[in-house]
Write a protein that binds this ligand. Structure first.
Ligand SMILES: [Ca+2]
Ligand SMILES: [Ca+2]
Ligand SMILES: [Ca+2]
Length: 147
């Protein structure tokens, strides 16, 4: 497993615990595949994935200042300091200019590693079987972290 994939997976799961989901008003913003199938044909194309990711940025940037940073998660981080530590790590990895904030450009320019991993047969879309396998891998990662 590549380091980059691990980071992407952590980003997808770090704040996905139920407590976090309530804080964010639903878990969709944290699920990299949620609502991605825009045309409802049961498969997620690369374009659909990228569009969904872009929309997710807007949800993560809760204070709407154009960057995802600690101040977007103030209340949650007080309740869950460990989530805050992980968030710091993720910001470090995605923050290319070192201002400790992940701009929309930094967020969306990250290669869609999760998509490429999930598209096991490389046909440019994630079908239901591949989606189930990808979610299973994320669950396994989460379980390992709780370890
Ligand atoms: Ca589709
Ligand atoms: Ca923000
Ligand atoms: Ca595929």
């Amino acid at each position: 497993m590549t380091k980059t994939f691990l980071i992407a997976a952590l980003l997808a799961t770090t704040l996905a615990a139920p407590a976090g989901a309530q804080m964010f008003g639903g878990g969709d913003a944290m699920d990299p595949f949620a609502d991605a199938d825009a045309n409802g044909d049961g498969a997620i194309t690369r374009a659909e994935f990228l569009t969904a990711r872009s929309a997710r940025f807007a949800k993560l940037d809760r204070n709407g200042d154009g960057a995802v940073a600690r101040d977007d998660f103030g209340r949650l981080l007080k309740l869950r300091p460990k989530a805050g530590e992980r968030l710091d790590t993720l910001i470090e990895q995605m923050d290319k200019n070192g201002d400790r904030r992940v701009s929309r450009e930094e967020f969306t320019n990250t290669p869609p590693i999760l998509f490429d991993r999930a598209d096991a047969n490389g046909d440019g879309k994630i079908d239901q079987t591949e989606l189930a396998a990808a979610k299973q891998r994320l669950e396994t990662l989460k379980a390992q972290r709780k370890g």
